[in-house]
Design a protein around this ligand. Sequence first.
Ligand SMILES: *Cc1c(COP(=O)(O)O)cnc(C)c1O
Length: 222
Amino acid sequence: MPVNINAYRTIRSTLDAAKVTLVAVSKTKPIEDILALYNEGQRNFGENYVQELVDKHAVLPADIRWHFIGHLQSNKVKYIAPFVHLIHGVDSESLLKEIEKQALKHQRMIDCLLQVHIATEETKFGFDEQELLNLKIREFGNLKIRGLMGMASFSDDLNLVRNEFKKLSSLFSKCQQTLHLQPSTFNLLSMGMSGDYTIAIEEGSNMVRIGSLLFGERNYNK
Ligand SMILES: *Cc1c(COP(=O)(O)O)cnc(C)c1O
């Protein structure tokens, strides 16, 4: 399926008006598809797999801001540390420490979001509320925790989805108050995908990760 430029323009203008950042999720999609949106002015792209991200970063324009949105293994942080713009799925203290170590090595600051488990599916990753509030956050020098990320249940029950986003949104406010992070730094709430981003924005999201609405359905068997 080709890139849907009209969908992109419509979604982008709605999100711009609402001051919500669009991360175009390009996993499994070819370079040409990414360039098609790049030529429309899109700069934030999201990828889930380290090798795929590294390969795409090497050949695509340098001003693309690459978001890593997948599940990141500690031993792979080093491959994306030199250039990654924002890591969305940080779900353990050991991963935070490894990112900090690699950021220091490359003498840069790496921005991260803490992933929170809000869905009913056990297979999804993330901290629970108590773990999050217990995190020792000020230890990190070359790493900035910019906010929270979460994925709602994959469900037709829109009330369930809305309640999960509500939960994440209120946890976000709670973190701003209890974790002693500056509101100007801890200000990103990444929630919402193709199927649920309008609900996510109604519940306070300011960053959405949209793939299939822009690029078409993914084919993992290629
Ligand atoms: C693949 C993916 C998306 C995009 O999903 P769509 O339903 O295609 O919009 C968003 N967030 C994460 C974490 C993903 O893995």
